[in-house]
Design a protein around this ligand. Structure first.
Ligand code: DX5
Ligand code: ZN
Length: 223
């Protein structure tokens, strides 16, 4: 399966957002990862609709919108309207996850579910066939630049098993603390989409870092 690199604009320079968007456009990156935080589900607030709308105007690649907000079903149509191509909601934030996933699809977007580090993949057993993507959080959501949680490898393996014979095209995305140092091992574990914030934007040459990440994923063999 093709591997996806999704730089997180949370780590971009917001005063030079258009410049950073163009950098991603002209790089080997595949998606824009867009982190929305509400100060309730996570202890941080990032940005909302006007910023996403502005990003969409310049982005030449799909917007992978990660909603770290309570009751995300309230805003599914709004996010679709401002340009989300993929919408990922947190399992922990949805009482009616099935309904929320249907709403995302009805709005014309691909649907994903994110799991916090403490949430086992087994909770997705009865909905896995309906999903386009599962986002495994490899840090506690809320901030960029945190240390990668090692148990993620086991969770990827568990998810690989869960999708077998049911939804083998499902995208397994990893978010938090991903960089050149662990991306190959994550591919070997079975992940195929990679969010990277600080690993991309805190380097001298982000375009080159993205190219290196892409190369490492292409050279690694998924099991
Ligand atoms: C964390 C966000 C991540 C974040 C990753 O809550 O969901 O997408 O931007 O940042 P890094 O790659 O710096 O860990
Ligand atoms: Zn994210």
């Amino acid at each position: 399966m093709k591997t996806i690199i999704a730089p997180s604009i949370l780590a971009a320079d917001f005063a030079n957002l258009q410049r950073d968007i163009e950098m991603i456009n002209n790089s080997e990156a595949d998606w824009f990862h867009v982190d929305v935080m509400d100060g309730a589900f996570v202890p941080n607030i990032s940005f909302g609709f006007p910023v996403i709308e502005a990003v969409k105007k310049h982005a030449q690649k799909p917007l992978d919108v990660h909603l770290m907000i309570v009751k995300p079903q309230r805003f599914v149509e709004w996010f679709a309207k401002v340009g989300a191509d993929r919408i990922t909601v947190h399992y922990e934030a949805c009482t009616h996850l099935h309904l929320t996933i249907q709403a995302i699809k009805a709005a014309g977007c691909k649907a994903g579910v994110a799991l916090n580090p403490h949430t086992p993949v087994s909770v997705l057993e009865d909905i896995i066939g309906d999903l386009d993507l599962v986002l495994i959080m490899s840090v506690n959501p809320g901030f960029g630049g945190q240390e990668f949680i090692h148990n993620t490898y086991k969770k990827i393996a568990d998810l690989k098993r869960l999708i077998q014979g049911v939804n083998e095209d499902l995208i397994i995305e990893v978010d938090g603390g991903v960089g050149l140092q662990n991306i190959a091992k994550l591919v070997s574990a079975g992940a195929n989409a990679f969010v990277a914030g600080s690993a991309v934007f805190a380097t001298e040459n982000p375009t080159e870092t993205i190219a290196k990440m892409k190369q490492l994923t292409n050279n690694s063999v998924s099991i």
